[in-house]
Structures are given as structure tokens and as C-alpha cells.
Ligand binder design. Structure first.
Ligand code: GDP
Ligand code: MN
Length: 389
């Protein structure tokens, strides 16, 4: 789960990470008042969307007067902001963060991620931070340094000092950077983050370090123990189908193909997507209806998959263990009766009570395309698609 920059900064501030003073604003008047209250002579107006690259897309502007704060806020709020990370349609900006502008002398990069290969939180840092960090990482990877954290002892002071020195910090900056990294690490660990990114970590005129930008992603599987983080969720930034699916206890991820998938079990859902891809098809989604797939759940699964206008065919792949194929079959027939389904449906049923389930589908009068196994199912999906195009 992702949160907005202003939320990330608030959280990091509470852990002792230095961040600029700022206020979030939902309209032009709020933004002007925020700037007046913050004081100073220059402010930054920053569009709050769950995507980076805002600087390149006009979503970060430095204002030298309250009038300019108004002007930039007016341009951003209500607009679809397109950045290198949003795709061509962009993202609707509903609020901006107004901050006292920092006087940036140099931009560093500081991040932490869970490195799956080493199974450790890993600190990533670079002296070449800022808007082109992706290119730096690609073209001059030696300018990006990594330091893995041993989970038994946590991030150690000597590691922080080593990282700080490697990115060129000197003197009292080393102590400052170490404090900052330890605070960041505590926030990461306490809140079950998957990624924290400070880019840029700015050095200001007086040599101080401050987090000018902040991005945090949390582990969705750990949200149950973080009520405070769960409350920060912004449903407007998420796929509406995914949000609805969560409410029905379905595990749904939208993808960009045209083969809708309804499967019980996450592993089988992955295998189904692999089989479709192997036959040169493109899955429209990942959908795990779970073990106890009731007829209601199956119906909800169909409704969500069918909300995607790209779906041209649906593959239902059920391997019933605890589940029962006859029950699933009834759910399928019910869904056909209740919903307006005008795409072909390929069904592969296996496991408990398959001898009862298959006849229910065959005798239902609906044109289910029955498959014998997963490979057969994927093949039938492709031949049906070809025949109808
Ligand atoms: P991103 O493009 O979405 O990652 O947004 P950032 O918050 O990183 O802002 C992009 C760039 O705007 C930064 O790399 C800075 O160069 C610049 N910027 C952001 N805030 C300030 C500020 O307070 N003062 C100055 N001078 N530049 C800023
Ligand atoms: Mn940034």
C-alpha cells in the first residue's frame, strides 16, 4: 500500500527525520493561507499523487509570492498530472502540499528496501540523487551504494557512518546523516514498510540535511497490525476493481490483457496466468477467489472481472480440495442467470465432486466451454479468441 508524500513526511517527522515545514491544501485559498502561515519568501507547491516523476511533469513548482502559490495550485488541482510514472492518462490531482522552499545545494539519494535475494532490509544511497536517479542507477551503477542490515542487530551506527562517508558527506554531516538513517530504519521496521525513499535528500546552504521528498510503500499483508497506516489509504489512487474485490474478500490485481481469470488459490492463479502466457495470450487480471468460494463469491468475481472493458473471454479454473465442484458449478450457473455475460467462458473443473459439478454446467443450457486440464483450457481460450476475432 502506498501513501502520499505529505503523509510520509508526517510519519517520518514523528521519527525524527528532518523534513520541511508544510501544509496540505485542497483548494487555492487553503494553499495561500498555508503559505502565509508558513512564512518565508519562497514556497514549493507539490501535487499529491501516488506516482513519482512529478518534477518532470510540472507537479513541483517553486513560488516566489503568495500569488504564485495560488497560480500553481490552481494549475494543479483538478488537472490530470502526467509524469514518466503515470502513463499517458495521468492522475487526477486532488490536493497539493505547500512547503517552505528549501535552499538546495546538493541532492543525495537515500532509500531502504527489502532485498528479496538476501532477505534483508538494504540501505541504498547515492551522491547523485534527484530527478535522474533511475538513469544514474542504469548507466553508472557504481555510483549507487548498498548496505544490507542484519536483522538480528538492526542497522548499526558504523554502517551509517560508512554509507555517509561513501556518498561524500563530511564532518558533522556524518553524525547527522547517521541519526537520519537510524530514524528512517526505525520507521521502516516499526511500520512493516517494503520501501522508503528520500529523493532528494537535500544538503541546504548551511550544510544541513533535509528530506525534500518522501515515498513509503507498506506491506499490505501486515496492515492488520497498523490501524494508523491503514487509515492513510487513499482509495482514489487505487484501481476501483481492486478496492471492491478487497471488500468481498477476493484477491484481485488488474492487468492489461484480455483474458479474464477466475481461479481458486493464489498458486493456481499464477499457474493459470503462466499457461495463458505460454499460449501467447494475455491475462486481464489475477484473481484468487480463495478456498471457500461460495456462489456469492463466484458471482462477485464475475462482476469485478466483467467491469474491465478489455475482457474478451473468461477462464474459470477450479481445483477443488476443501471446496466442492458442484457448489462452484451452481455459483457459475447462478452468475450466468444474474449477470449479463456476453463473453465466452472456458471452465476447467477438477477435484472434489467434479463428477457432480460437470453435469450441472453441461445441463444448464449455458454455452460453457469445458476443458479437461489447464493446458487444454488455455488452448481453448486461444482458439475461441481467434475464432471470434
Ligand atoms: P518528484 O519529481 O515526484 O520526485 O518530486 P520531488 O519532490 O523529488 O521534486 C522534484 C525536484 O524539485 C527535486 O529534485 C528538487 O530539485 C526540486 N525541489 C523540490 N522541492 C524543492 C525545494 O524546496 N527547493 C528547491 N530549490 N527545489 C525543490
Ligand atoms: Mn523525488
Amino acid at each position: 500500500m502506498n501513501i502520499h508524500e505529505y503523509q510520509a513526511k508526517e510519519l517520518l517527522r514523528s521519527y525524527g527525520v528532518p523534513v520541511p515545514d508544510g501544509r496540505v491544501a485542497h483548494n487555492v485559498d487553503n494553499a495561500a493561507t498555508a503559505a502565509e502561515e508558513l512564512g518565508g519568501e519562497r514556497w514549493v507547491v507539490k501535487a499529491q499523487i501516488h506516482a513519482g516523476g512529478r518534477g518532470k511533469g510540472g507537479g513541483v513548482k517553486v513560488a516566489s509570492s503568495i500569488d504564485e502559490v495560488r497560480q500553481y495550485t490552481n494549475q494543479m488541482i483538478g488537472a490530470q498530472l502526467v509524469t514518466p510514472q503515470t502513463g499517458a492518462e495521468g492522475r487526477l490531482v486532488q490536493r497539493v502540499l505547500v512547503e517552505q522552499a528549501s535552499n538546495i545545494e546538493k541532492e543525495y539519494y537515500l532509500g531502504m528496501v527489502i532485498d528479496r535475494a538476501s532477505q534483508r532490509i538494504t540501505v541504498i544511497a547515492s551522491a547523485s540523487g534527484g530527478m535522474n536517479i533511475e538513469e544514474v542507477a542504469k548507466e553508472t551503477p557504481e555510483r549507487v551504494i548498498r548496505e544490507a542490515v542484519d536483522p538480528a542487530v538492526g542497522l548499526m551506527g558504523f554502517q551509517c557512518r560508512k554509507i555517509a562517508a561513501k556518498i561524500g558527506l563530511r564532518g558533522k554531516q556524518i553524525g547527522e546523516a547517521s541519526k537520519l538513517m537510524l530514524a528512517l530504519y526505525r520507521a521502516f521496521r516499526d511500520k512493516d514498510a517494503l520501501l522508503v525513499e528520500i529523493n532528494p535528500l537535500a544538503e541546504t546552504g548551511d550544510g544541513a540535511l533535509i528530506a525534500v521528498d518522501a515515498k513509503i510503500s507498506f506491506d499490505g499483508n501486515a496492515l492488520y497490525r497498523h490501524q494508523d497506516i491503514t487509515e492513510l489509504r487513499d482509495f482514489d489512487e487505487e484501481d476501483s476493481k481492486e478496492v471492491e474485490a478487497t471488500g468481498h474478500g477476493l484477491n484481485y490485481i488488474a492487468l492489461d490483457g484480455n483474458v479474464g481469470c477466475i481461479v481458486n488459490g493464489a498458486g493456481l492463479a499464477m499457474a493459470t496466468m503462466d499457461a495463458i502466457s505460454f499460449h501467447k495470450g494475455k491475462p486481464a487480471n489475477f484473481l484468487d477467489v480463495g478456498g471457500g468460494a461460495s456462489p456469492e463469491k463466484v458471482g462477485n468475481a464475475f462482476r469485478i472481472v466483467l467491469q474491465d472493458p478489455n475482457v474478451k473471454i473468461i477462464l474459470v479454473n477450479i481445483f477443488a480440495g476443501i471446496n466442492r465442484c458442484d457448489w462452484i458449478a451452481e455459483g457459475l450457473v447462478q452468475a450466468m442467470r444474474d449477470l449479463e455475460i456476453n463473453v465466452p467462458i472456458v471452465v476447467r473443473l477438477a477435484g472434489t465432486n467434479v463428477e457432480l459439478g460437470a453435469p450441472i454446467l453441461e445441463q444448464s443450457g449455458f454455452p460453457f466451454i469445458m476443458a479437461d486440464n489447464l493446458d487444454d483450457a488455455a488452448t481453448r481460450v486461444m482458439t475461441t479468441l481467434e475464432a471470434s476475432s
